[in-house]
Design a protein around this ligand. Structure first.
Ligand SMILES: Cc1cc2nc3c(=O)[nH]c(=O)nc-3n(C[C@H](O)[C@H](O)[C@H](O)COP(=O)(O)OP(=O)(O)OC[C@H]3O[C@@H](n4cnc5c(N)ncnc54)[C@H](O)[C@@H]3O)c2cc1C
Length: 418
């Protein structure tokens, strides 16, 4: 009987176990936490955006790093198959804005329970509190995994024999969930290259002092452009949030995935269009209309109709117009300055928040050393990698879990075919 050991009982590991578990295979999952899928609990703010019900093209466009490496894995287990898998496992799903798929219950725990049920039904041996320490190889082939299990205050060391090992240890983000980068060490010890690691899908720090005044401000339907040395790196439209130290929210998280690496070369010039639906001329007419209705009032008492309240003092200061200036005394130049700032609200990004706040880790096991059809190492036979440990990452929207599900599935199917 084939022995398959899976390191990591997260998204990729549990999905790999579900498909590797067949009559002719004995599957063991080693998970260092006291429970399975700790990170899945916190996905989608506890609701788990389990996948994205998108076209194939949309999926590959949403993968930021090495989308082509994922062709075979994704076509082998696309988002529609992931949805079928969970529906069959008893989780009713719903599709929300942007094709994001969630459990109808809005409980991420339903996804974990479903996976646990499938693994139980398929007789997977699940070893909790068991931390893999190293992968044993012999003549260029894996032969086992040495691991330590904590039991009643004692630590028991054991080697699990294996014909195949699937490394599903995740990345470095939210280390409290168990992803502490062990898989990168296993990969290096096996001779693999690990591409530079950095936090991604994360909040970004802003240097301007006024950022503190904007804490808690949430903006919808704004257009964001990020440049470096005047060269445009990114532009998109959506929702963002001011954190007090910087910016966050879906628009910023996705921007961090595409532009975070450029911070090594220097700061990023960020610009928000607060009224993207209006041209500068249309905006100027709108401001003029508001002004004409209240010629004798002070600017600070009129401007509130145009901007959220925490933004108005900042806008007035940046435009250089005194807040108590009477509307009838505001010059055309001053009005232009106001519409200018509204269309080009600028600030400087100096860095990204660390792994404690990052949704995923960018970088990982070099995909050139992994067979994309099987997820098997090209260096060590019987060694497979799946999920975030690989050098693949995507924007938000359910795509990162989709990567974990489909690479886990691909590795499992390949192990069985060997
Ligand atoms: C706050 C947050 C919200 C997110 N929301 C979403 C979302 O809604 N949709 C989405 O698509 N993605 C989301 N993600 C990303 C997604 O959760 C990850 O990309 C995905 O979980 C990666 O799966 P994985 O199996 O590769 O790694 P993980 O899920 O991190 O699992 C790795 C497992 O390996 C175990 N492990 C590590 N080392 C060892 C070892 N030496 N021995 C034994 N076990 C070990 C860990 O304890 C862990 O259980 C979110 C991430 C975060 C942090």
């Amino acid at each position: 009987m084939k022995k398959i050991v899976i390191i990591g009982g997260g998204a990729a590991g549990m999905m790999a176990a579900a498909f590797a578990a067949r009559e002719d295979a004995q599957v063991t999952v080693l998970e260092k936490n006291e429970k399975a899928g700790k990170k899945i609990y916190i996905t989608g703010k506890g609701r788990c955006n389990v996948t994205n019900d998108c076209s194939d093209d949309q999926f590959f466009r949403s993968v930021v790093t090495n989308p082509r490496f994922l062709y075979s894995a994704y076509y082998g287990f696309p988002s529609q198959s992931v949805m079928e898998f969970f529906e069959e496992a008893g989780v009713r799903l719903k599709t929300e804005r942007g094709n994001r798929v969630f459990p109808v219950s809005d409980h991420a725990s339903d996804i974990i329970r479903a996976l646990e049920r499938v693994l139980r039904d398929r007789h997977v041996r699940f070893c909790l509190n068991t931390e893999a320490k190293n992968i044993v190889t012999k003549d260029g082939h894996v032969s086992g995994v040495t691991a330590e299990t904590k039991q009643n205050g004692r630590t028991v060391r054991e080697t699990y024999d294996a014909d195949a090992v699937i490394v599903c240890t995740g990345g470095l983000s939210y280390p409290s969930t168990g992803s502490t980068g062990d898989g990168y060490r296993f990969a290096r010890e096996a001779g693999h290259t690990v591409r530079e690691l950095s936090p991604s899908l994360t909040a970004m720090y802003v240097s301007e002092d006024y950022i503190k005044e904007l804490k808690g401000l949430s903006l919808r339907n704004v257009a964001l452009t990020i440049r470096q040395n005047k060269k445009e790196l990114y532009s998109d439209f959506g929702e963002m949030l001011f954190t007090g130290e910087g910016v966050s929210g879906p628009l910023i998280l996705s921007a961090s995935a595409r532009t975070g690496a450029f911070l090594k070369k220097g700061v990023l010039e960020c610009e928000i269009d607060l009224k993207p639906a209006l041209s500068q001329e249309q905006l100027d007419s709108r401001i003029l209309r508001e002004f004409e209705q209240a010629p004798n009032r002070q600017l600070k008492n009129v401007i509130g109709v145009l901007y959220p309240s925490s933004l108005t003092p900042v806008i007035m200061r940046l435009s250089g117009i005194m807040p108590d200036k009477k509307i009838c005394n505001i010059t055309k130049e001053e009005r232009t300055a106001l519409s200018d700032i509204t269309k080009h609200f600028r600030f400087t990004i100096t860095g990204t928040a660390g792994y404690n706040e990052a949704v995923v880790t960018k970088g990982g096991v070099h995909v050139k050393e992994i067979n994309p059809s099987t997820m098997e190492s090209k260096l060590i036979r019987g060694l497979y990698f799946a999920g975030e440990v690989l050098d693949v990452d995507a924007v938000t929207g359910g795509y990162n879990l989709q990567i974990a599900w489909c690479t886990g599935h691909q590795a499992a199917m390949a192990c069985l075919a060997e």
